[in-house]
Design a protein around this ligand. Structure first.
Ligand SMILES: *Cc1c(COP(=O)(O)O)cnc(C)c1O
Length: 403
């Protein structure tokens, strides 16, 4: 049973005020809020067993190691990876993407082709451009249409035996579009290309099954799914993680070191150089537990209701245009004719409402629509229809003040 009042009690921040008004948090696409269950896990770690992992014989170090590895297993189960060592704990999506892109920089050859979608976050464009510059591989783009959906017929034309890698987000952060990743993976595999899916924006709403998807790499950040900042995952199929060279040199990632030669540790440690975000990893496990206890079916149902309610209400406002109308998660990216998104965002903030304005790290999408940016309200299961009513009234007010 989903009881919104009980759920909201889990999020202490929802009780605070901003500019004297109750906080209404609609910036979940940038980072989600943190439930008490996760906050308590963080406090417990620093209060009771803060220690470095994997190297100490002492009790605290053992406890911290056990909890960290337990968290890895929770995350493995959540994503249904075959092995726990296929879950690399990283600093987040951006670092995960860079590990893969930098690894392929020593594998790709001139003339190889790499396909990315037009809906990508900058963190999924820049590393591939760098990789292509280094290797002489060619970057191709799957274009989008007016609805914010990918043009899959063009994808078919771009694929060839030269295609080595395909990158696409599971859900677009700027528009919320849910991309047909099953089809993308299936088609890319027919040409022997590997696929990396950026799940940063999908994981707050969808529970992906990496084995069923047969995806080669899947990346995500904890802080968008009720966890802390600075931690995330790189899932990779074992044989591919073994194929990629290590990303950073340092402690934890080596087996033996002499000045003549270093041999690398096995997975996952090969990609986890140095002291990791131990507390963050453990809290990520708590966040996964929290979301699964609610259940992703219920989360999705709730968010779809909120999305439909908000879309309907906002659409009534004259001059308001919503960008991205394809199959999507609970994200509404909009503009009001003749008004800069930043100005709307500033007025909403004065009224206690947190939204994001700007290009949302997805400049190519903004260029497509020929706009400087949008106002993005991204809803979470802990938001309410009353909050949406307040948003709609506030947008109307902003429109009156600015036009
Ligand atoms: C947030 C986001 C990223 C970047 O995540 P970080 O946690 O900042 O590394 C990448 N891709 C998408 C789709 C995102 O929404």
């Amino acid at each position: 049973m989903f009881d919104i009042n009980t759920i909201r009690e889990d999020f202490p921040i929802l009780k605070r005020k901003v500019h004297g008004k109750p906080l209404i948090y609609f910036d979940n696409g940038a980072t989600s809020q943190t439930p008490t269950q996760v906050i308590d896990t963080i406090v417990d770690y620093y209060t009771n067993y803060n220690a470095n992992i994997h190297r100490g014989v002492h009790t605290l170090s053992q406890e911290a190691t056990d909890k960290y590895e337990e968290a890895r297993i929770k995350i493995q189960k959540h994503f249904n990876a075959k092995h726990s060592y296929e879950i690399i704990l990283t600093a987040g999506t951006t670092e995960s993407v860079n590990i893969v892109a930098s690894g392929f920089s020593s594998i790709l050859k001139e003339g190889d082709e790499v396909i990315v979608s037009a809906l990508e976050h900058h963190s999924n464009i820049v590393p591939w451009q760098m990789m292509c510059e280094k290797t002489g591989a060619v970057l191709k783009v799957i274009p989008m249409d007016d609805q914010g959906a990918l043009q899959m017929d063009v994808f078919d034309q771009l694929l060839s035996n030269k295609t080595k890698l395909v990158f696409c987000n599971h859900v677009s952060n700027a528009l919320g579009t849910i991309n047909p990743i099953e089809t993308i993976i299936h088609k890319a595999h027919k040409f022997g290309a590997y696929v990396l899916i950026d799940g940063a924006q999908a994981c707050p709403h969808i529970k992906p099954d990496v084995q069923e998807l047969d995806v080669d790499f899947y990346v995500a950040s904890a802080h968008k799914m009720c966890g802390p900042t600075g931690v995330g995952i790189l899932y990779g199929k074992q044989e591919l993680l073994e194929l990629l060279p290590p990303y950073q040199g340092g402690g934890e990632m080596i087996e033996t070191v002499t000045f003549e030669k270093t041999t690398y540790a096995g997975l996952p440690h090969k990609f986890e150089a140095g002291t990791p975000n131990i507390c963050g990893g453990i809290a990520f496990g708590a966040a996964v537990d929290y979301m699964n206890a609610i259940g992703f079916d219920i989360i999705q149902q709730r968010e779809n209701e909120l999305l439909a309610y908000a879309t309907e209400a906002l659409s009534q406002i004259e001059g308001l245009k919503i960008y991205g109308t394809a199959h999507k998660t609970s994200v509404i990216s909009f503009n009001i004719e003749g008004i800069h998104p930043y100005d709307i965002g500033s007025i909403l903030d004065k009224l206690g409402i947190a939204v994001r304005t700007g290009h949302h790290c997805a400049q190519p999408i903004m260029d497509y629509f020929k706009i400087p940016g949008t106002v993005r309200a991204s809803l979470s299961f802990y938001n309410t229809t009353e909050e949406i009513d307040t948003l709609v009234a506030a947008v109307k007010k902003a429109k009156m003040m600015l036009s």
